[in-house]
Structures are given as structure tokens and as C-alpha cells.
Design a protein around this ligand. Structure first.
Ligand code: GLA
Length: 458
């Protein structure tokens, strides 16, 4: 079922925050905002680095979010101010937006959302807006603060112009326009931000985008721990290198098949569809056709029978042109294995056997091992944190989000939440005063929160 993002009354518990946003808006723009747009961050429970390969993922939204107080501007001007003054102000015009792939400044994510929506409507009288932006999602922590910013900006742009779009279309538009920044993400973050439902996790399928509610076991709680190792995926090539390794793995596997033209294949998921076989059979294919040693660029070119320039066209992205070694066996094994774990996770949530928690925990642990060893997107601090969480009662623990820093997510029995939080605080944060100073925001229990919406004072 498709629907547009709802317009809701500011809930009682949030009134103080929204009033304070209104006061800051007035102070800066000497006017009142017309509405508020809100988009939440997310924690991915399982299914890491597989959305851009075409596979389903299983995240839930968190309470932390981006909120914008917005006033439409008929002149087409875009004026952005962040309630956190360490971020620059931005002033521009909706007609002349340019998003460069150099420094990933915060406002460029806002511009991505604006541009994405603008492209859907092609109007000659597009309005801009003034916005006061406030975020509570820890940045560079794998909780999707940047995508929430894109989604929130898209909402602001839509309503400022009196336009509407379904949540599904918004998810797809925002996934696409976030790539203007240069990162080739999949669509998980945007889809969960728009379609989340309080109390439910979501299975998200792609091409076409579909979401299914997932009822987590009632005695399951989730704890998020920020390692405080920051990783901005747009500022380094790590993320795009993985995207490219997966693409080349899919193309080389395709090349090994008589009836498939490798140039038609961009994703490991597409290849499975074309072959019409199971994930286990794909894992066997990886083992039999790809070697464990890294592939040099020269070898890749030789197998695909292309020049390095052609390879850049068919398979690489701007910031991966100079990569020389590709770990294809490892990356493809992770993707097919992780895709399988997502489906198993969903079946356990549907069936809710007596040992559901242990089974879900095992899948999360296996996912972490695969991210660490095969996909190499973990971080030593994340590996320490998952061990610490398990020691203090987590039934499963894994890194979440893009990785190379950021957060872990742990599955814990509801009654063990408080001892787990205390144990992790003492072991991981307390010995380091800089970490301890941030422990309050870095370490929290979370339940599935609701999706993006507009808010107004009644
Ligand atoms: C980032 C991307 C997502 C997804 C995750 C890794 O958050 O935006 O699309 O690929 O990394 O699972």
C-alpha cells in the first residue's frame, strides 16, 4: 500500500523541542515557520552492504532524527541555518543548485534532497524555503544522519511547493539524489526513514521497493553503542571500493556463464536472478569460479577483455579509478551469505520459536564475523565493543551501518538491558575520559520508532 508522509500534530512530549526550534527560527529569520519536517535515523539489524547488490535488508528507525522548521520562500531562495553553530550557514537559489563531490558539507545533503524533488516536477516557478535544521542523530556513526538530512530536505521542498509524493517514490528519489554527493549507497536508509512504523522493524526489498513489517520477539531489546571512531563514507573511498568490488565480482561470475553478457550485469543480485538459482548455489559458484587471492586490475581487464579505460566506464566510479586490487571472492561470499541471513532472520521473527532470541543472536554474530573477515568493513574498536556487549549479556552483537567505525547493535533480553548498559559503560567508555564524556549519547537502548512526517502546532 502506498501513502504520502502524514501531517501530524506535534505530540505533547515533543512540544518543548519544537517550541525551541520555533524560537530559534524567529531569532534568525524574524518570522514564524509554516511547518516542521522530521526524518528519523535508523539502525540496521541485519543485512549489511547488500542493498546496493539488490538484496533485502532488515532495519528499524530510531528516535533520533533531523527536524527542520520551514517557511516557503516564493523568491526561490534557499536559506539554511543549523542549530549547531559549528555548521556553516548556506544561502543559494533553487534554480542554480550545484552539488560538487569534493568536501561533503552538511548543507550539500540538504541540496541533494531539494534537487531530487525538483527534478520530479520540472516547474518554472519553483519555490525555495528558509529552514532551521536540528539533528540529534550522532554523525558519522552509521545511524544514517546524512540520509535523514536528505529525506528531511525532500519533505521540506515538497511541502514548500505544495507538491506530494508517496513514501515509496520519495525513498527512491532520495536514494538516487544522495548519490550526487558521490557515494553509491543502496536505498535502505531512505526507505526506512520514510516507511518506518513505530514498534516494527522492516524487511525492505528492492526493485521495486517493497516493505514488510517485522514483529520482533516481545522479550527482545536492542542496544546501540557508538564506538566513537568516526567514519564519513563520503569523505573516503572505502564505501565505493566495496560497491565496485561487488560489481566486478558479479561481472566476472557472469563472464564465466555461456549465456550471460557480463556488460548487462551490475549487481550480484541481478546475476542470481538471471541464473535462477538459490543463494547456496551462488555461494558454490563463488567458491568454484573466484580465487581467494586479490585480483589485480590487469587480471580483471584480461578476464573481461577490456582496456583499463573501458573498465573505468563499465565498472568503476570517480573515486575508485586508482584502485589496483579487488577482493572479489571475499566480498561476493559476504553478500550471498548475508542475504541468506536476512531471510533466516525474517523467518525466525515470523515463526517465533521458543529459542528465537538465541537464533537471531547467532545470525547477528555471524553477520559481524562476515563484515569483519570477508567484507573488511569493521574497525578494531567495533570488534572490542561487540565482544564487550556479548560479555555483558547480549545474545548477539554486530557492527551496523557502513562500518569502518560508528556503532554496534546488540540484541538483548529486555530484563538484561540495564546490566548490559552498565557493563559496557564501565568497560568501554569509563577507562577513557574523552569517551566517557560522550557516553550518555553514545550508548542507548532503542525500540523501533516511527517514520518521516510533517508536524504542525494545533
Ligand atoms: C550506508 C548506505 C546503505 C547501506 C549501508 C551498509 O548506510 O547508505 O545504503 O549500503 O551503508 O549496509
Amino acid at each position: 500500500m502506498t501513502a504520502e508522509p502524514p501531517v501530524l500534530a506535534v505530540p505533547e512530549a515533543k512540544k518543548e523541542r519544537y517550541q525551541s526550534l520555533r524560537a530559534k527560527f524567529r531569532e534568525h529569520f524574524h518570522d514564524d515557520p509554516a511547518f516542521y519536517a522530521r526524518a528519523p535515523g535508523r539502525v540496521n539489524l541485519i543485512g549489511e552492504h547488500i542493498d546496493y547488490c539488490g538484496y533485502s535488508v532488515l532495519p528499524m528507525a530510531i528516535e533520533q532524527d533531523i527536524v527542520m522548521a520551514v517557511l516557503p520562500d516564493n523568491s526561490g531562495a534557499i536559506s539554511l541555518v543549523n542549530s549547531d553553530h559549528q555548521y556553516d550557514e548556506f544561502v543559494g537559489d533553487v534554480k542554480t543548485i550545484q552539488i560538487t563531490k569534493d568536501e561533503p558539507h552538511w548543507y550539500k545533503y540538504v541540496l541533494c534532497g531539494i534537487q531530487g524533488v525538483k527534478e520530479q516536477f520540472c516547474s518554472s516557478e519553483t519555490k525555495g524555503f528558509k529552514a532551521l535544521v536540528e539533528g540529534t542523530i550522532p554523525r558519522s556513526a552509521g545511524l544514517s544522519s546524512s540520509s535523514a538530512l536528505v529525506c528531511c530536505a525532500a519533505l521540506a521542498m515538497l511541502k514548500a511547493n505544495g507538491w506530494t509524493m508517496t513514501k515509496e517514490l520519495l525513498s527512491e528519489v532520495c536514494a538516487k539524489c544522495e548519490r550526487y554527493i558521490g557515494t553509491e549507497g543502496g536505498g535502505m536508509d531512505q526507505a526506512i526513514s520514510f516507511t518506518a512504523k513505530a514498534g516494527k522493524a522492516k524487511l525492505i526489498d528492492f526493485n521495486p521497493l517493497r516493505t514488510t513489517d517485522v514483529q520482533l520477539p516481545l522479550n527482545a531489546a536492542f542496544v546501540v553503542c557508538n564506538s566513537l571512531a568516526e567514519m564519513n563514507k563520503a569523505a573516503t573511498p572505502h564505501f565505493n571500493i566495496r560497491v565496485v568490488e561487488c560489481r566486478i565480482a558479479a561481472q566476472i561470475l557472469a563472464q564465466s556463464q555461456d549465456d550471460i553478457k557480463w556488460r548487462e550485469i551490475k549487481r550480484l543480485g541481478e546475476l542470481q536472478l538471471r541464473l535462477g538459482v538459490s543463494l547456496d548455489e551462488m555461494l558454490e559458484l563463488v567458491s568454484s569460479k573466484l580465487h581467494i587471492e586479490p585480483y589485480s586490475k590487469e587480471e580483471v581487464c584480461k578476464i573481461l577483455d577490456v582496456s583499463p579505460e573501458e573498465l573505468a566506464e563499465t565498472s568503476l566510479s570517480a573515486n575508485t579509478r586508482n584502485v589496483e586490487n579487488f577482493y572479489l571472492h571475499q566480498r561476493a561470499s559476504h553478500v550471498y551469505g548475508e542475504a541468506k541471513r536476512v531471510l533466516q532472520f525474517k523467518v525466525i521473527c515470523d515463526d517465533q520459536p521458543a529459542d528465537a532470541l538465541e537464533k537471531l543472536g547467532e545470525l547477528m554474530n555471524a553477520s559481524h564475523a562476515s563484515c569483519r573477515d570477508l567484507y573488511e568493513c569493521s574497525h578494531p574498536d567495533l570488534d572490542i565493543l561487540v565482544e564487550t556487549c556479548r560479555k555483558h549479556g547480549a545474545v548477539g552483537s554486530r557492527m551496523t551501518g557502513a562500518g569502518w567505525g560508528g556503532c554496534t547493535v546488540s540484541l538483548v533480553r529486555t530484563e538484561s538491558t540495564v546490566p548490559l548498559l552498565a557493563g559496557v559503560r564501565d568497560d568501554y567508555y569509563k577507562p577513557n575520559p574523552a569517551k566517557m564524556a560522550k557516553a550518555k549519547e553514545a550508548l542507548f537502548a532503542t525500540i523501533p520508532a516511527g517514520g518521516a512526517a510533517y508536524y504542525v502546532f494545533e
